[in-house]
Design a protein around this ligand. Sequence first.
Ligand SMILES: C[S@@+](CC[C@H](N)C(=O)[O-])C[C@H]1O[C@@H](n2cnc3c(N)ncnc32)[C@H](O)[C@@H]1O
Length: 224
Amino acid sequence: MDKEKLIRKFDNQSRVYEMRRKKQTERIWREKLIGSAKGKVLEVAVGAGANFHFYPPNVDVTAVDFSDAMLSKAKESAIASNVQATFIQSDIESISFPENSFDTIVSTLSFCGYEHPVKVLESFCRWCKPGGQILLMEHGLSSNRLIGSSQKIIEPIFLRIVGCHLDRNMITIFQQSPIHIDHMERYKFNTVHLVWASPNKGRLGSTASASISFPWAFRDTEEE
Ligand SMILES: C[S@@+](CC[C@H](N)C(=O)[O-])C[C@H]1O[C@@H](n2cnc3c(N)ncnc32)[C@H](O)[C@@H]1O
């Protein structure tokens, strides 16, 4: 989809995301994941700032989104949550930061929107310091056949209306990228992935990444 059109779609959804933030939807997952953030944090595709409420004290957040309307909601959220934050309006697929800039990189519900999700994870691995962490909460294709097939059927309509791919196979995307998954939990018929990862700098630029085995502490959970 044309980027300008996609940005307008997200601009138009900023109120919905603000409402979701106020209702604290996904609270349990956000609390769990964002509570691990520390130091200099990059939050990509920050939306209306749903994660600010969950950051521990003393983080310094750089927040990026290409939607101006989302960013203004996110700024209000940072102030309300007393989080030190700087905001950048940019496409995360074209922005660049110096290597090893951040202690933590956070992405929640953003990988459904990128044209090249593996490349975005490669960028995370470059921007993250060695020993730093990459925290992800992403939705994708269910491992349940019935739900997965339904996701594939609805996908074209969903993409046109919301601007978001519903049937991304996040496991394949993780496998093809240079992230090392330290811990993963999955919920809602494995459509939601909570991931604690680190940059595997040795695999950056490697064409063999897709064939490397997938070493993680794996736990499937179905509780809310
Ligand atoms: C589904 S919302 C999620 C917002 C927020 N991360 C959350 O957890 O509620 C997706 C957000 O990603 C932003 N986005 C999508 N693609 C992007 C891109 N390529 N560069 C920057 N922001 C992007 C949209 O503007 C929107 O704010």
